[in-house]
Design a protein around this ligand. Structure first.
Ligand SMILES: Nc1nc2c(c(=O)[nH]1)N[C@H]1C(S)=C(S)[C@@H](COP(=O)(O)O)O[C@H]1N2
Ligand SMILES: [Mo]
Length: 320
């Protein structure tokens, strides 16, 4: 299922939006941003910028990067899509039906804050620029469940490189869409939009992965289409879904969950089986498919890649 090579010529040009919509000022700015991205054929820019449908579906499946093995059975797609967290569409675990209301095209992205120049571009322009690969990652939620997922995407480090942050930027703040008319859950009292943050060192760690696909095709809506993060060494809530904005800042961003429950969901939030959540043990995790209980590993088993990021932070609540 995963061995097919990416075929660049398969990009379905027939899906391109006709050039019938004239460019307004906002779009001109966005296209100027795209020119800065470089490497994308100029004639494609207006089409992609205004696309109503996914122009990148032909890029999947992408070649697998075999460096990242899970040692776990891959969670079947149907099990995954029946067990998710996506509060924009409700607080229950089966939100796939509700999440179908998510419109993923057109999807505009913005990079701002402490950068050389703000950038505006469409999701398809970003995906076309990045070499996609598949990675198998373990995914461990603070609530004690886990799965193993074949994600497709590109390293967050590549986006940071594109963004050209200023040298005094210390954190990356990420924000999900805000559209209460589309997302029923955004009419609740939660502090929308969903926000997460990382240090620049975390964001540029090779494991930090921006997900555009899963199971060999564009990522499903309930999994956070069209662009979500996956940080396999941290609890699931750090892996923000349906991102629209990346901001480089010098102060630690306050995340969605920190605003709601600061004592339970710290900024660092690294997986550590020895530190209890205030309300339950973190020693074990339950595979969502088999129900099997397995011991949780420090940094979810990714310590060789990330342990070095947390030296000298002994006084921080690293493992909440
Ligand atoms: N925008 C947004 N991102 C989000 C969430 C959310 O409610 N909204 N939930 C988080 C939580 S708590 C978890 S455990 C993971 C779940 O990802 P999954 O549904 O792909 O397993 O998404 C995280 N990212
Ligand atoms: Mo979670």
């Amino acid at each position: 299922m995963y061995f097919r090579q990416r075929r660049g010529w398969e990009i379905p040009e027939r899906l391109a939006t006709p050039e019938s919509v004239y460019l307004n000022r906002r779009e001109i700015i966005r296209v100027a941003g795209l020119a800065m991205l470089g490497g994308v054929a100029g004639s494609l820019l207006p089409n992609a910028a205004l696309a109503q449908s996914d122009l990148t579906a032909g890029l999947y499946p992408a070649p697998r990067n075999s460096k990242y093995a899970t040692g776990r059975r891959i969670t079947p797609e149907t099990a995954n899509t029946n067990y998710n967290k996506f509060y924009e569409f409700g607080t229950q675990m089966d939100v796939a039906g509700e999440a179908e209301a998510l419109r993923t095209r057109p999807w505009e992205l913005r990079i701002d804050g402490m950068v050389e120049k703000e950038l505006f571009f469409s999701i398809d322009d970003l995906i076309r620029r990045m070499p996609l690969e598949e990675r198998l990652y373990r995914h461990r939620a603070v609530e004690g469940w886990s799965m193993a997922v074949p994600w497709t995407g590109f390293p967050l480090a590549s986006l940071v490189e594109l963004a050209r942050p200023l040298s005094n930027a210390r954190f990356l703040r990420m924000e999900s869409f805000l559209d209460p008319a589309m997302a029923s859950g955004q009419n609740s009292f939660y502090p929308w939009p969903y926000v997460e943050g990382l240090t620049i060192a975390e964001a540029t760690n090779e494991l930090a992965f921006l997900v555009t696909g899963a199971y060999g095709k564009p990522v499903g809506k309930v999994m956070g289409a069209p662009l979500r993060l996956h940080l396999p060494w941290k609890y699931g809530f750090k892996s923000i879904k349906s991102i629209v904005r990346f901001s480089f800042v010098d102060e630690q961003p306050v995340s969605f969950w920190q605003q709601i429950q600061p004592a339970e969901y710290g900024f660092w939030a690294n997986v550590n089986p020895d530190v209890r959540h205030p309300r339950w043990s973190q020693a074990m995790e339950r595979d969502i498919t088999t129900g099997e209980l397995v011991p949780t590993q420090i940094f979810n088993g990714y310590g060789e890649f990330v342990a070095g990021l947390y030296g000298g932070l002994d006084d921080e609540p690293l493992y909440m």
